[in-house]
Ligand binder design. Structure first.
Ligand code: SF4
Length: 151
């Protein structure tokens, strides 16, 4: 998947700003995990091993925005758990698009058909993108010990 020139420019500008501020270490991509629940149960997945009370927990959109604003990276990756199981994932994505972030929403794609309509095209087509990245589905279908989790 090619990276848009606008994204390259935004990232280059961000890196340059960090260098001008004399920062040797700085965040590059925020991994925002608004929940750890998943509708798959892949062997070896560390996320779904959390205790039940943690698996029931969702970050609110406001908590997500606070983390994103504090971190300041131009790119935000949203893995999980399965992000499409979050009841307010559309609000979270909308808030990040409004903040002009480049978003990589990493889904196993099981809920994609049901949830895709929640995501509106960005107002900033040349600058912002949302990528639905179903790598986990590919991995899971090749994974002999894959099992479906209880809903
Ligand atoms: S799809 Fe991802 S989050 Fe879900 S169980 Fe598999 S590895 Fe874990």
């Amino acid at each position: 998947m090619p990276v848009p020139i606008s994204q390259m420019w935004t990232v280059a500008t961000y890196v340059l700003k960090q260098k001008l501020r004399g920062r040797k270490r700085y965040p590059f991509v925020l991994m925002l995990e608004p929940l750890f629940r998943c509708n798959l149960a892949c062997a070896g997945c560390g996320k779904i091993q959390y205790p039940a009370h943690i698996l029931k927990t969702d970050l609110s959109p406001e908590e997500c925005f606070k983390a994103v604003d504090e971190c300041g990276t131009p790119m935000v990756s949203i893995p999980g758990g399965e992000p499409l199981m979050h009841p307010e994932i559309d609000k979270i994505v909308e808030g990040l698009v409004a903040r002009k972030k480049y978003i990589y929403l990493c889904t196993n794609a099981l809920l994609l058909k049901e949830k895709l309509h929640l995501f509106k095209p960005s107002k900033y087509p040349a600058k912002k993108s949302i990528t639905i990245f179903p790598f986990a589905a590919k991995v899971a279908t090749n994974w002999p010990s894959m099992a479906f989790a209880k809903p």
